[in-house]
Ligand binder design. Structure first.
Ligand code: AMP
Ligand code: FE
Ligand code: FE
Ligand code: ZN
Length: 290
């Protein structure tokens, strides 16, 4: 059976309810999904309740933007349960950093001559988990960009005039906090890191030593040969080849739950291996082993 370990609801920058994501995943015959909203676990209780009804497994997760070699790296964190814990306790600070950054983006866009208010962006994002795709959607609605991609390419991407940096954890710090929280960290869509595929092994060895548990090897945007290359690298490093659609609802209309652009299939062994990795590596679970 297949799983999807990378999904966004409107608790961050997706457009669907957690319940509807769970229902679609169940209809597609997936055995498990991970809800991985950016920087928060707020959708997990609703997704979990829906998953119980639908008879599929729900993994609590989040996707963090962390600093790595001066660049932003996206890190998926699995089995991070809502409540308090070493990494959970950092989420408030990260969310505050996001919120401060968002206010600065509005100022930037206004300076660039766009008539956009923070209220409009809040309303686009249903008031929660506001991120750059919500700015992009307002820019499109008001005619300042032709589509979401255009809004990023010209204004919101790193290095563009509407970009504002925000508080983030360092990659190693985030990985160590994840492990200390009984969770497992996996590098999301590594092709966005500006590292050549041939250099991944060298690049990720230090992170693996720090407690990295996986790399997102199955992802719709890659060519199949890159998925194979990453899966082999994970096997060599003793970590897990994870994968998912990165579904965002309307904001990424070409990506579908479970299948990405149509040809994605993430084996359920990925989840079994993540659980096994967690049991081997996290203190909390080691303690309950005997
Ligand atoms: P934020 O977390 O608010 O900084 O926004 C980051 C999110 O913006 C990512 O998770 C993607 O969903 C989206 N994103 C980043 N770059 C692009 C892009 N070039 N085109 C479309 N969406 C993007
Ligand atoms: Fe996103
Ligand atoms: Fe991402
Ligand atoms: Zn994502």
């Amino acid at each position: 059976m297949a799983v999807d370990l990378h999904l966004h609801s409107w608790f961050s920058d997706g457009t669907d309810d957690p319940e509807s994501i769970v229902d679609v995943a169940a209809e597609m015959g997936l055995s498990a999904i991970a809800l991985t909203d950016h920087d928060n676990l707020d959708g997990i209780p609703r997704a979990r309740a829906a998953a119980q009804t639908a008879g599929i497994e729900l993994i609590a997760g989040t996707e963090l933007s962390v600093g790595w070699n001066g660049e932003a790296m996206h890190l998926l964190v699995y089995f991070l349960e809502p409540g308090s814990g070493p990494l959970q306790n950092k989420l408030t600070e990260i969310q505050q950093g996001r919120s401060n950054r968002n206010e600065h983006i509005v100022e930037r866009l206004n300076e660039l001559g766009m008539d956009i208010t923070f209220e409009e962006v809040l309303s686009e994002g249903e008031g929660t988990g506001i991120g750059r795709p919500h700015f992009a959607a307002v820019m499109v609605a008001k005619g300042y960009a032709t589509d979401i991609r255009d809004a990023f390419d010209r204004f919101l991407a790193s290095g563009r005039p509407g970009y504002v940096a925000r508080y983030r954890l360092d990659a190693i710090e985030a990985i160590e906090l994840a492990v200390a929280s009984g969770a497992v960290a996996s590098i999301a869509h590594p092709h966005t890191l500006g590292v050549a595929a041939a250099d991944y092994r060298e690049a990720f060895t230090t992170l693996t030593a720090a407690g990295l548990g996986g790399i997102e090897a199955y992802y719709g945007e890659y060519e199949p040969h890159l998925r194979d290359h990453l899966a082999q690298l994970c096997a060599d490093l003793g970590i897990v080849a994870t994968g998912g659609s990165d579904y965002h609802g309307h904001y990424k209309p070409d990506l579908r739950i479970g299948v990405g652009r149509g040809d994605l299939q993430v084996p359920d062994t990925a989840l079994e291996e993540l659980l096994a990795w967690r049991d081997r590596h996290t203190d909390r679970f080691k303690a309950s082993d005997h």
